[in-house]
Design a protein around this ligand. Structure first.
Ligand code: IFM
Length: 719
């Protein structure tokens, strides 16, 4: 179970399929648009860190110049699926190797038949190399013409980001010919070079068409019935973020591969290494098996292996959704996957937060607080890039105010949590003392300064916040926020103690630079002790103050439905009901499991589960719901939630997969398998597993790295 495939072509679902068939290598990703191009496609390649300005949302990942363009003409007739007849069509994404293959047998409008095989991959062995091969087998004698181009005329759904700078055809050192295209982002001034070289099964002497912004190589082959023509297009890609001379880098990489086979072999080896650490095997459930591998694949192709200046957007690099911005989705949903299976990637992602600390400090200061308040939506600099306004989903002519950038303070604790979990799992004291500790201390400083003392009740409060459940905005004392702030403060105090013992110089530095006076630390202790946590005597915890007084809702009354409860109630209306978008109180049990008894978890699960919009609420919900259901020993419930998460993109359950992969759901799918059904838990002495396999699973096996050692968990269901 390693392949995602389709065996017929449906023009209407292509945008969804483009997302599903995205390939990448952690440096860039390319959606599964077809080489020859179509008017309604959403063709895109996103390169990590290549942001450019955009109105309202400030910045977005710029859809890079297109490297895919490849056209074939049979006796002058252009191969295109919207003309002639499709006699056979198949597309297969091989998750084991990262190669996307399309095979088509096509009859042209005038009756010429040929078989086509297009293959492509973004090299994992060399992240600056892209490979595409087209194999044509004509069933006629005549001419087969290929046109391979680089296309600088790309945009972000109408917004242009690129300025043409230059292009040329040139000799490489070994006498081969290459073509380059140099483009520059209009506002951020990032240079991007694509360099292309062709290889073929027979000698090549391509014409160079020097069309501005679309340098093209064209070759006409004599076609003989049944004789295969294979053309490989290698593309080198580099930006001014990577090198002072991106042109030299792109040319060097495009010249390297001696053949398609050689490049493919390196690709296979590189992916084999990835899967050695990360693979999950599920026997007895093909859908779950492929979904978890697909989720891992999508995260691995977005994972920055060599660049700590970037994060992973909520839609990875696979679509225009959320403009490449990163959210708490990273630390709470994706990071655990990397922390446990690819710690070098996890460290890069956390280092990104470290590098954006000054922006987080600025944000806190602008709002009148101390410490580090991370951006709810973060891009290249870490400044807040959440748009203030978006089109109202009920009436696109109107705008709705987005409040998360101003009120979702839990992001800072989420970053601290991800940092601490990375340290706990990897035991990387060196990095933690150098960078990680500061993240935890400075976020604690923020939470202490943001807390409000309420004299009458004798407690600290956080008013006017947004918790994970975004159906309710601007609430007081959101439990998730308060409890995580408390966790952040107490953890910071422990971390400082640890630093004092193990790295006294670093402790002194941070005490100085962050002004961690004894008085300040005493205040941290006091806030942590006296924070408001609305827990009722029966253990039921109120999601925020006043939540229990809201109108109760029986979601079954609204079935069958095709809309979220947010759309049904409207922005204002949703605030009046208890319907919630995603786990909020329940998130705490997933993150701080050891702090809560089974009984408390059960009482809250039973209450909130029925009030959560599982089907059309947030894609972040089902996986967490599944994990908590596993804690309760509700395997059937857990499976129902899990499979919802697993289907988020493959089945396009929310109808928006065309905007890109739901990265948090992908991370959550892995977590539901490993922490939920596998029951993996960290303990003070290491880890243990408390499995809860679904009845029909025969076996679950997964790997992870704990303190530098590869661990394997192999679980079998009794017959
Ligand atoms: O971060 C999430 C949020 O929790 C729910 N709305 C979508 C965001 C991006 O995935």
């Amino acid at each position: 179970m390693w392949t995602i495939s389709e065996n017929s072509f449906t023009a209407e679902t292509q945008r969804h399929k483009e997302t599903i068939f995205t390939i990448g290598n952690g440096y860039l990703s390319t959606r599964g648009a077809l080489e020859e191009g179509y008017p309604n496609e959403s063709r895109a390649t996103f390169v990590h860190g290549v942001f450019d300005d955009v109105p309202i949302a400030i910045t977005e990942l710029a859809n890079a110049p297109d490297w895919l363009s490849f056209n074939v003409l049979l006796n002058g007739e252009r191969f295109s699926l919207d003309s002639g007849t499709i006699l056979k069509f198949e597309r297969v994404l091989d998750l084991r190797t990262g190669v996307l293959t399309r095979t088509v047998r096509w009859k042209s409008p005038s009756g010429l038949i040929a078989a086509f095989k297009f293959e492509r991959f973004a090299s994992l062995a060399d992240e600056h190399l892209l490979c595409l091969r087209c194999v044509v087998t004509p069933e006629f004698d005549g001419a087969v013409e290929v046109r391979a181009a680089l296309n600088g005329n790309t945009d972000n759904e109408g917004l242009a980001h690129w300025r043409w700078m230059s292009q040329s055809q040139r000799d490489l050192d070994d006498g081969q010919q290459a073509v380059h295209l140099h483009s520059r982002t209009r506002m951020s001034g990032i240079d991007l070079i694509l360099a292309m070289r062709l290889c073929a099964s027979s000698p090549l002497q391509p014409d160079y068409w020097d069309v501005e912004s679309i340098p093209t190589l064209r070759q006409v082959f004599d076609a003989r019935r049944g004789e295969t023509i294979a053309v490989t297009k290698f593309v080198g890609v580099a930006t001014s973020r990577d090198s002072e001379s991106p042109l030299a880098l792109a040319l060097e990489r495009v010249a390297k591969p001696s053949s398609w086979e050689k490049a493919l072999e390196e690709q296979r080896q590189a992916w084999a290494e990835e899967w050695k650490r990360t693979d999950v095997t599920i026997e007895g459930d093909d859908e779950a098996q492929i979904a978890v591998r697909f989720s891992l694949f999508q995260l691995l192709i977005a994972a920055p292996r060599n660049d700590p200046r970037v994060n992973i957007g909520a839609k990875t690099l696979s679509g225009f959704g959320y403009r490449g911005h990163a959210f708490w989705d990273t630390e709470i949903y994706m990071l655990p996957v990397f922390t446990f299976t690819a710690p070098h990637v996890a460290r890069n992602l956390l280092e990104y937060r470290y590098l954006t600390l000054s922006a987080a400090r600025d944000k806190a200061r602008e709002y009148g607080y101390e410490g580090a308040w991370f951006a709810w939506e973060s891009a290249d600099t870490g400044e807040e890039v959440t748009p203030m306004w978006v089109p109202d989903f009920r009436d696109k002519r109107k705008l709705a105010r987005v409040w998360t950038g101003d009120h979702a303070i839990h992001i800072s604790a989420d970053v601290a949590f991800g940092t601490f979990q990375y340290w706990r799992v990897t035991g990387n004291d060196e990095w933690f003392s150098r960078q990680g500790a500061e993240l935890i201390l400075d976020t604690a400083k923020f939470f202490a300064s943001r807390a409000e003392w309420q004299e009458a009740r004798g407690c600290y409060a956080y008013s006017d916040v947004i918790g994970p459940d975004e159906y309710h905005d601007r609430v007081d004392n959101n439990l998730y926020t308060n409890r995580l702030a408390q966790w952040n403060l107490t953890t910071a105090l422990d971390v400082l103690e640890w630093l004092r013992t193990h790295h006294p110089e670093k402790a002194d530095d941070l005490i100085q630079s962050l002004d961690l006076s004894e008085a300040r630390l005493a205040k941290w202790r006091e806030v942590a002790e006296k924070i408001y946590l609305g827990v009722r005597p029966d253990g039921l915890m109120e999601q925020f103050e006043g939540y229990f007084k809201l109108k109760d809702v029986n979601l079954a009354d609204y079935e069958p439905r095709t809309k979220s409860m947010h759309e049904i109630f409207g922005f204002e209306g949703a605030n009046e009901y208890q319907a919630i978008k995603q786990p909020d109180v329940l998130m705490l049990f997933h993150m701080l499991r050891e702090d809560y008894s089974d009984e408390v978890i059960r009482v809250n699960y039973d209450y909130y589960n029925t009030r959560t919009d599982h089907t059309f609420g947030s894609s972040l919900g089902p996986s967490i719901q599944a994990i908590v259901a596993c804690m309760m020993g509700y395997p059937d419930d857990a499976y129902e939630h899990f499979i919802r998460a697993a289907r988020a993109d493959l089945r396009d359950v929310r109808g928006n997969a065309k905007d890109g992969i739901h990265a948090a759901s992908a991370g959550g799918t892995w977590q539901a398998v490993v922490f939920g059904f596998g029951g993996l838990r960290l303990t003070s002495s290491g880890w243990e597993a408390h499995p809860q396999l679904p009845k029909h699973w025969k076996r679950l096996s997964f790997r992870f790295i704990h303190r530098g050692e590869l661990q394997t968990v192999d679980l079998h269901n009794p017959k």
